[in-house]
Design a protein around this ligand. Sequence first.
Ligand code: IVH
Length: 666
Amino acid sequence: MENVRQQIEALRAELNQHNYNYYVLSQPTISDYEFDMKMHELQNLEMAHPELFDPNSPTVRVGSDVTKEFRQVAHRYPMLSLGNTYSEGDVADFYERVRKGLSEDFEIVCELKYDGTSISLTYEDGKLVQAVTRGDGEKGDDVTANVRTIRSIPLSLQGNYPPLFEVRGEILMPWSVFEQLNKEREAQEEALFANPRNAASGTIKLQDSKEVAKRKLDAYLYYLLGEELPNDVHSQNMEAIRSWGFKVSDAMKVCKTLPEIFDFIKYWDVERKKLPVATDGIVLKVNSLRQQQELGFTAKSPRWAIAYKFQAERACTRLNEVTYQVGRTGAVTPVANLEPVLLAGTVVKRASLHNADIINGLDLHVGDMVYVEKGGEIIPKIVGVNTDMRNSSLGEKVEFIKVCPECGTPLVRVEGEAAHYCPNESGCPTLRKGKIEHFVCRKAMNINMGSETVDLLYEKGMLKSSADLYELKHSDLASLERWGDKSASNLVTSIADSVKVPFDRVLFALGIRYVGATVAKKLAAAMGSIEKLEQATFDELVAIDEIGDVIANSVLQFFRKEENRELVARLKAYGLQFQNSEEEQEVKGDALAGLSIIISGTFERHSRDELKQLIEQYGGKNVSSISSKTDYLLAGANIGPAKLEKAQKLNVKFLTESEFEQMIGL
Ligand code: IVH
């Protein structure tokens, strides 16, 4: 046993070092293959010896699919933001304020302002113990499990670090990863991320850390906090944390004069475009911590630091026309068609106008000369009109369309939402095709057909709804222009295979509004079959974990429509899976017969969905809120304090994951 422990520890230390060489220093010393082999060896040893589990083992980098609710954690030191400035004049004002406030010599550290999502990391005895998002600045979400998957964040430190400290920085999605992710999302008909910042903050809040691990996030650290810091000077502290294993930007300069600061700004405004991650400005900080303390904070931000934001690149061009696109779900997006203009190295012909409010706010007229900006976003946007260039021949005012450009149905606007929708779900060709495209997509039925094929078969009248897919004949397809025997066979086989797709994905494929892949999984697990879901009441739906009013109403509305019930009936007749598999429903015993059990927190060996399934398989009942009738609280880590208190008050018995396993003889 001692031998295994040593072996595991040696492998962990070795893999940590290789991670550091690769992700922080960018200087790997072994091949990817050798690395993977060692990782597998460690994974196997850890699997065989669960008692030697360590949350900071390098194997946690690959994440786990155990879902978790994020626990809210108060920040030890509030996470303030910085005051923004946009001109050299503002920077000079800041410099002057500092000079007056200090009445002694001072240094300013210039750093890049990384454009991602900020994170606060706590280390105890050299181990990462907590990672919290900024949240509202006072408290944020505990995203430790997700952050552990970021390879450039050390889980164990090297060198001479204090026993307890906090370090803050920015989590980023590199441009290359962002572009690849959006490509994949486009292929799967998923909404694209507007910029790497949104992609990074969306990723760090994912429920499934395995997914996070795949997204290859990066992180730069730029602020050290704690009671015992190695130095009284910020730039030296940054060198210290670099030596402990953190990734600290090389673009950092200690400046003594204002011209030196301006040089830094000018240099990096150009050079930053070559960096692998997004930056949107420069941060200026007073270097001495004693002087920082002397200057102090305003209610919102420190007086000792400021952000200088780079000008987004901007061009002026003519607005030729506004056209409208109808999306798969019926949302109508206005698009500005522009006289082509060069902006940040690419020719821009179209820009997003987002929604009716934006158009009205800009008071747009056809023929206007408009300003187009490309900030962090990939799609340029119109930010203003050059009204000086308007002449007597002012073009027509741009008014948001009233009817769907595809089917002529009057558009509707859901209260509280900015977008206009075409409500004609059963008649609008774009929506009908959109529904079919969603039905066949990889995460749903995984039928191998692209949108051109859906278009073609729709135009030919062979495919009016998803159910028609199962009527398609090889001979009809093979006789289509440019189709042959092979492509027809491939499609027919792919459709035939789809009848094996499990219930939760079929449910997702139906395209019920607000029922994405994750919600579909929850509904399928809780209800077990489409019949139960169809008959469920509002109260039964909202009692399911994470299902709220909006989803519940959307489900009810879906089944109220005759055409949807008909669609389900047809799909059922073709043999699609409309209930959980036998394995999921299988009765395995009666150890929990008659017991009401509530699950809370996160678990080591099972996901919450697995535990729910086990409760049902052993005759128990899953409940979603605690009452005096609840027999047990199956408690994992990080249970919310309110739930805990209520359970104690009502004398509900607590069960650990292992006790639960013992009860059912696992
Ligand atoms: S220092 C109290 N340094 O910009 C000052 N922030 O509004 C703490 N940021 O929330 C922040 N690069 O997310 C600092 N080199 C850098 C930064 C940086 C990006 C972000 C950070 C912060 C926001 C400021």
